[in-house]
Design a protein around this ligand. Structure first.
Ligand code: SAH
Ligand code: SF4
Ligand code: F3S
Length: 447
């Protein structure tokens, strides 16, 4: 009976998890589950979790505490509730989760989502908690149902998973496993299905997306640039983005695609992590500050107006005030349109967590504050420079104010404008009249 049961999927962490959550909800639909965002109504709650920093991982347990109460209340009303933990905490902690939170019925790692309905059924019928965190041989993407719906005109599409870079601070190689690229035909097929469902913009996802090297129909290895060119041939697909890129994998053909491929948007997230070569070496980033700066120059030569975004960690073990000054310096030199910055968080099992010279918390906090002030000023300046220009904006959702829509500029800034709801999903010329630190406002020029 379709829709007879309700599932709530709560997503933490990166876009990859957002994508996975959508695919999980889709695969459960065939088994009678419809989605809800009301926890009290949910027969099944899936927490799709993130392990990247300690705070992210701890959120799961506070959430599970709340779910225990909810499950008890529903039981008193004669209703059963299943609780599943998916994502990177599931992969990293496995059975420990059940030991710490017996409310959990199923722990399922990111490579086994295609088995979700079966695993839930087994947990129910055997009345015991299950843990599935192996890395199966079969390709989960092939086993998941074809995509038929989307929430927005902009969709994510995972093309590559896992990571072999082993940055010393990072859990991803352990939680997502070795690097693997999906074949070209599967991606084109999924992209066409998304466009048929009304999608105009696709963001290609991968932990190391520019390391993509999937096989094409002839069995040859295909670069991300070649994949983008193939996707650009799909009629109705207007915009292509990709994230996250590693500086070492920015090939010449990908840089060139930013010059030649009109559908490829002028925005690039390129994590630098630090401006100090000594720290970059300790992080095993495999690039120097000079390499990164030269790369930025080459990218800007290909696409002068490109907006750059980045990730930065402060307080990596051994980071001195001079190292931190080098990070501020590289930020000054590049000028970012947008950035994420974090205090280093020691993660179990990673090499950096074992280094003795951990930076004291107040020092990390002070550096984060100073860095964020600089990044915010750059972002504000970038946005302010857009006032007076006219951008093609893809409207994605209704705004908070009556009659307002929110879309994205080519540079990924949210743009607010008063517009008829028929313009949702369309790309419209908008003259930018105002800019804040995080978004722009404008008026519609022509539909
Ligand atoms: N694959 C991407 C990033 C994945 S994680 C890349 O290579 O850039 C997203 C960001 O979280 C990282 O870029 C890094 O800045 C941050 N991060 C990862 N591990 C962290 C840790 N242990 N402490 C603090 N920040 C971390
Ligand atoms: Fe983590 Fe480094 Fe891989 Fe990015 S490249 S996912 S930071 S190990
Ligand atoms: Fe978090 Fe896993 Fe993504 S650790 S950032 S959800 S790959």
């Amino acid at each position: 009976m379709p829709g007879a049961k309700k599932v709530l999927v709560k997503t933490f962490g990166c876009q990859m998890n957002v994508y996975d959550s959508e695919r999980m909800a889709e695969s459960l639909k065939a088994y009678g589950y419809s989605e809800t965002d009301v926890a009290e109504d949910a027969d099944l709650v899936i927490l799709n979790t993130c392990h990247i920093r300690e705070k992210a991982a701890e959120k799961v347990y506070s959430e599970l505490g709340r779910l225990r109460q909810l499950k008890d209340e529903r039981r008193r009303e004669g209703r059963a509730t299943q609780v599943a933990v998916a994502g990177c905490v599931a992969q990293a902690e496995g059975g420990e989760i059940i030991a710490r939170a017996p409310v959990v019925d199923l722990v399922v790692g990111p490579q086994s989502y295609h088995r979700l309905p079966e695993l839930l059924y087994r947990a129910r019928s055997e009345s015991r908690a299950l843990v599935e965190t192996s890395f199966p041989e079969e390709d989960k993407f092939n086993k998941l149902p074809r995509r038929t719906r989307t929430h927005s005109a902009s969709a994510f599409l995972t093309v590559q998973e896992g990571c072999d870079k082993f940055c010393t601070f990072c859990v991803v190689p352990y939680t997502r496993g070795v690097e693997a690229s999906r074949p070209v035909h599967a991606i084109l097929d999924e992209a066409r299905a998304l466009v048929d469902a009304g999608v105009a913009e696709i963001t290609l996802l991968g932990q190391n997306v520019n390391g993509y090297h999937g096989e094409d129909e002839a069995g040859s290895s295909t670069s991300l640039a070649m994949l983008i060119r193939r996707l650009a041939g799909i009629e109705g697909l207007e915009r292509i983005r990709y994230t996250t890129s590693h500086p070492r994998d920015m090939g010449e053909d990908l840089i060139a695609a930013h010059a030649s491929e009109k559908k490829l948007m002028p925005y690039l997230h390129l994590p630098v992590q630090s401006g100090s070569d000594h720290i970059l070496a300790g992080m095993n980033r495999k690039h120097t500050a000079a390499y990164y700066l030269d790369l930025v120059t080459r990218i800007r030569k290909a696409r002068p107006d490109i907006a750059l975004s980045t990730d930065i960690i402060v307080g990596f073990p051994g980071e001195t005030e001079d190292d931190f000054a080098a990070t501020l310096a590289i930020v000054e030199q590049v000028g970012f349109a947008q950035a994420y910055s974090f205090k280093y968080s020691p993660r179990p099992g990673t090499p950096a967590a074992k280094i003795d010279a951990q930076v004291p918390e107040p020092v990390k906090l002070d550096r984060l504050y100073r860095l964020q002030r600089l990044l915010e000023s750059q972002q504000t300046r970038f946005n302010a420079a857009c006032v007076g220009r006219t951008f093609p904006v893809l409207f994605e959702r209704s705004g908070r104010r009556e009659g307002q829509l929110v879309g994205r500029s080519p540079y990924l800034q949210p743009v607010h404008a008063f517009a008829a709801s028929e313009l949702l999903g369309r790309i419209v010329s908008v003259e930018i009249l105002g800019a804040g630190p995080n978004s722009l406002q404008g008026v519609i020029q022509a539909a």
